[in-house]
Each structure stands twice: as C-alpha cells, then as structure tokens.
Design a protein around this ligand. Structure first.
Ligand SMILES: CCCCC/C=C/CC(=O)SCCNC(=O)CCNC(=O)[C@H](O)C(C)(C)COP(=O)(O)OP(=O)(O)OC[C@H]1O[C@@H](n2cnc3c(N)ncnc32)[C@H](O)[C@@H]1OP(=O)(O)O
Length: 386
C-alpha cells in the first residue's frame, strides 16, 4: 500500500478516491429520477407514516429543492407552519444532494412491500423486512431490533442508522414493554460500515463528514431519549459504535463468546455514543482510557467486571436463558418501569445531549484527517485485495 505511507494530505485523498472506485456500484448518489420516483411513492404509501416522518420528508424535500431554510420563522401560534419551519431549519446547511439522497432512502425505508421498521404492528409476532438489514419483530411484550447483515458481521450502513432511528421511534410508542437490540449470526456488530465513507457526493469528503455527523448525532440522541427499558443482547463480538452505545442501555446481557472492542485510535477516530462520559463513569478513567484510547479489547467477563455488561451467559444456553428472563421482565407493569427509568436517567439527559453534540463535532474533523483516511484506505484495500 505504497500510496498510504509517507506524508499524507492530497495524495491520500486521491488514494481514497481510487479505492472508492471499487465500490462505486454501491455508492452512487440519488439521481433526479430517483428523487422524483420517491416523491411519487410517497403518494402511494398505504399507511400514514405519522407526523414525525412527514415532517422529516417535508424538510428533506425543501432542503433538496430549495436549499437551506431562509424564510421567516412563523409565529408561535401558527403551529403547523412552525413545526415545518423547525424541521427544515434543523437541517442547517445540509447540501441539496445529501438531502435528496436522504429523502430517497427514507421513502424507500417506508415503502418496501412489507414496509419499514416504523410500521411494526405492536403486540404481533411480525417480521418486518424493510431493507432486511434491520429486522424488527414484536412479541410477548418485547420489541426486538436485530442487525441482520451476518455476512458483513452486521456492519452498520447509513441506511441502517436511519432504520434504527425509525425503529426506536416506533418502539417508544408501541405496546411493547421493553426493547431489545441484538445481532443475527456470529457477530453482534462490527460497527460503522467503513464503506459508508466511500459514498462521495459532489460536495466531496467534507460533505460525507458533515452529513455523517448530523446522522450520528440524531442516532445517538434516540438512545439518550429512549423512554422504555432498553436491553442489549450481545450475541457475539462487538466493535466500535455498538460497544460505546452500551453505556446508554439499561441492561446488557452477553454471551461468553462476545468481545468488546473500540479501536478508535487505530482508526484515527475518537469516542462516540457518549462513551467519553459514560465509560469513565462506569469503569473509572483508567479502564476507560485502555478501551477508548489504547483500543484494548475486553472479553465478556472483563466487560462485566468493569460494569459495562450486566451478566454473562454460557454460549450454549445464552439465547434460552436471556429470552426467558426478558419475557418475565416484559410482564412487569410498563408505566412503573418507564417512570423508574426516567428517575434513573433524567438528570443526565441534558448533559448527554451536549456530550453527543461535542463528540460528533470532533468526529466530523477526525473523518477528514489523514490518520482516519489512511485507516479506511487500509481496510478498503484489504477488502479490494489491492
Ligand atoms: C453515520 C456515520 C456514523 C459513524 C459512527 C462511527 C462509528 C465508529 C465505529 O464503529 S469504529 C468501528 C469500525 N469497525 C471496524 O473497524 C471493524 C472492521 N472489520 C474488521 O476488523 C473485521 O472485518 C472483523 C474483525 C470485524 C471480522 O474479521 P473476520 O476476519 O472474521 O471477517 P472479515 O474481515 O472477512 O469480514 C467479513 C466481511 O464483512 C466485512 N466487514 C466486516 N466489518 C466491516 C465494517 N465495519 N465495515 C465494512 N465491512 C465490514 C468484511 O469486509 C468482509 O467483507 P467481504 O467478504 O466483502 O470482504
């Protein structure tokens, strides 16, 4: 990999672009035609996607067609127009092309034949394929959100971040009592799909970093605000963001096969998921440093000893024991559980949102650094067998 060594900067950026060519079939942005098709699909939706989604669609449409919101803010009593203005204005200076792509992705997550994760009928045992990469089911008072890309070790694509946001929003309002996140296959999740960084829009890598930071902030905010008990069923190794998010869960059950790895420095990146705050709080600054700065990988038992994991189960009985326990918990009075969660978490929320915002801003800069680009080029080169 001669092109990733030595003094970096422009040569490294062009190296990244070279590697990106190998991924182009998956990386083309939405065309005007895709956008127009998506607008038509919205009119054909069988179910009302709900006000939150409609506001998102409105905002993305305006941003994609007119650019950043520059109209005067409606008065406080003009509720509908003010909500629309707020949604549009919240997109800030998101580039038109990114808004167009986000609009197309959002519509596609809503309008696949079986419909998206946000459309799970509460209280039913219903598999919700959507993109198939995130599967949402609801049964026995438990909504289960499952990473479902086992061949890629459940690496999380930008589409999956969006689907998980929608799934969490739906789960917060459905009939279920508790919500579980787990993985299909041998991994819980290998973290951010590193090919996310290869989808280079006309605005260049800067635009990728900017829209990534906006999406990451929204994604982590959903975990901070999630109102019901949120449980991680960690069926195997976890790398990166699925590990850091664990500090925002209410309980973490792990197979003894699971490992917990945050190789941020190796990737030229920094902590996210509020872990720069939750990890030192949970395990003390010294142990948090080993994980978040030096990238020490913990076994499930070590993570349990550090307080990141609630309990470890032998792989042979993991699924049986954990689900039996969760089914029993799901029968507890839902309102009492929600109120207790609010008591435990509410005084931290404001702080967590501020930390999330800061971590995302720092990461946006990191993603443009030579250190980070070098690591991604290395990974993609290995994948592309360069
Ligand atoms: C909106 C943006 C938000 C960004 C938020 C930021 C988050 C930070 C992070 O999450 S950092 C963590 C990033 N993850 C990694 O660095 C892990 C990278 N993957 C690996 O190191 C390895 O794949 C492994 C250790 C997870 C598994 O190794 P193993 O040898 O067992 O398996 P393979 O490498 O052959 O993997 C099988 C295929 O899966 C693809 N793959 C695995 N992980 C990722 C990933 N994170 N991104 C993209 N692709 C991934 C791998 O490339 C193989 O694909 P192939 O069969 O097509 O070659």
């Amino acid at each position: 990999m001669a092109f990733v060594t030595g003094r970096l900067g422009r040569p490294l950026r062009s190296s990244l672009l070279q590697v990106v060519q190998l991924h182009l079939s998956r990386t083309m942005g939405a065309s005007q035609e895709d956008f127009e098709n998506a607008m038509n699909q919205v009119k054909l939706l069988k179910k009302d996607p709900g006000n939150e989604v409609k506001l998102k669609l409105y905002a993305l449409y305006k941003q994609a067609t007119e650019g950043p919101c520059s109209i005067p803010k409606p008065g406080v009593f003009d509720f509908v127009n003010k909500a629309k203005w707020d949604a549009w204005n919240a997109l800030g200076s998101l580039p038109k092309e990114t808004a167009r792509q986000n609009y197309v992705d959002l519509v596609s997550s809503l309008s696949s034949p079986s419909e998206s994760s946000s459309h799970v009928e509460p209280g039913t045992d219903q598999k919700t394929p959507g993109s198939e990469d995130v599967v949402v089911t609801s049964e026995d008072g438990i909504t289960k959100i499952m990473f479902n890309r086992p061949a890629q070790k459940n690496a999380i694509t930008t589409q999956m971040y969006r689907e998980i946001i929608l799934a969490l929003e739906a789960a917060s309002k459905d009939n279920s009592t508790i919500t579980v996140i787990t993985g299909n296959g041998d991994y819980y999740s290998s973290g951010n799909d590193l090919t996310n960084f290869t989808k280079i829009p006309p605005g260049g890598i800067e635009e990728v970093a900017k829209s990534g930071a906006v999406l990451l902030r929204e994604f982590v905010d959903c975990f901070i605000d999630f109102p019901k008990p949120l449980i991680a069923v960690v069926n195997g190794p976890a790398v990166g963001i699925p590990v850091t998010l664990l500090g925002l869960f209410d309980a973490v059950y792990a197979s003894d096969r699971a490992t917990f790895h945050t190789p941020f420095s190796h990737l030229g990146q920094t902590a996210e998921g509020c872990s720069s705050y939750t990890f030192p709080k949970i395990m003390g600054p010294a142990k948090a440093t080993e994980m978040l700065i030096f990238g020490k990988k913990l076994t499930a038992r070590e993570a349990c000893a550090q307080g990141l994991v609630t309990e470890v189960f032998p792989e042979s009985t993991f699924q049986k024991e954990v689900w039996a326990r969760l089914k029993a918990y799901a029968k507890l009075p839902p309102n009492a559980m929600k109120i207790s969660k609010e008591l435990i978490r509410s005084n931290e929320k404001e702080k967590l949102h501020a930390i999330n915002a800061e971590e995302c801003t720092i990461l946006q800069g990191r993603w443009l650094s030579d250190e980070c680009m070098n690591a991604i080029v290395n990974f993609l080169s290995r994948k592309a067998k360069l």
